[in-house]
Ligand binder design. Sequence first.
Ligand SMILES: Cc1cc2nc3c(=O)[nH]c(=O)nc-3n(C[C@H](O)[C@H](O)[C@H](O)COP(=O)(O)O)c2cc1C
Length: 407
Amino acid sequence: MAEEMRIVLRNYGKVDPLNIDTYLAQGGYKGLEKARSMGTADLIADVKKANLRGRGGAGFNCGMKWSFAASAQADQKYVICNADEGEPGTYKDRLIMENDPQTLIEGMAICAYAIGATKGFIYLRGEYPFLVDTLNTAIAQAKDKGLLKDFDLEVRSGAGAYVCGEETALIESIEGKRGEPRFKPPFPPNIGLWGKPTIVNNVETFANVPVIVEKGGDWYAAIGDKAYPGTKVFTLTGDVNNRTFFEVPTNLTIRQLIYDFGGGIRDGKKFKAVQIGGTSGGFIPESLLDTCIAFDSMSAIGATLGSGATFVMDETRDIVDIITRIAGFFEHESCGKCAPCREGTARVAELMEKINEGHGSAKDTTLLNKLGTVMSYSCLCGLGQAAPAPVLTTIKHFEADYAAKFK
Ligand SMILES: Cc1cc2nc3c(=O)[nH]c(=O)nc-3n(C[C@H](O)[C@H](O)[C@H](O)COP(=O)(O)O)c2cc1C
């Protein structure tokens, strides 16, 4: 396999997740110590300078987000780690939490210090119950050592809804309500959990923070792609020789992920498509494999970097059948709060089933194009906005696969 660059997975296999001393022996909590020796304004300026952008999918500048919460006036502020990881094919956050939970806790404690928060939550994917004990043990050990000072941290388990990964639905869920997204603005850094300034960051985002603080924003900003620096953890699945995970600088190409790390397509077959970023990621054809994996280059081709889930399909895969299953997933996961998503995901699923069963025509793909475009503009949250991407990109790049199913 090609060379990795490990920042967030730097301690993978080197520390015992249930023994904080092994983390301390690797230099753990030096970042927090340094952060506390800096003024909060300098600390946030350095994280901004690193240009660390959210690893949960939206790619927002982390330091900038922190600065909004830091400048908000309130008697209570919160830090939330989004560990919902509901994206099919993604398990990068689990890797971090089950192997090196202290990195996440240290990153959250640095954020709490930066914005002036005294309470934090790790919102854990409902399907990861085995991680509750690991995280609770790690938090208790950090508290016992006096490392967290006045920062109180608690684990909350989700109930297994995909939409609860959306930050405002997640906040509703912690508040004990049904997990539905809120209207934005206001954004959580101003009005978040129980109406208080709240930072929500992904596990991988927080895991970068201790190293950035220790080595400095300039060091981080010089790694990988200029506009989306640092590394990204990818989880590679589907028809590749190595179904695995790896952490690489952000200036690689999609082709490098599949061939240098994935070892190419299985059983000597030909490549057909790759979907990156999870279920709502666009489908990418062979002609675009030399695209850089960084956030903005991916957006420019109508694809996403998203969570880094990378699903490779060989020449034998039935694209229309795969898209039909994906459409069913979104119909099921739509929370139903807004009409464009509630109705749109159901109609997309209906049309895809019709085409997949051989009863469709070119009129249906025209309709799907219109409907998908309207949804991408009008849905309340990212679930409905991104749900049509697989349909739209396959109609564009794999038109022949649809035509082959027309009656
Ligand atoms: C339907 C949906 C699901 C999401 N699921 C996750 C998730 O599982 N984990 C995550 O970190 N972000 C998820 N997000 C993105 C969050 O809303 C938010 O942008 C992110 O937690 C912010 O953290 P970051 O800036 O560190 O990426 C999801 C968004 C949507 C619309």
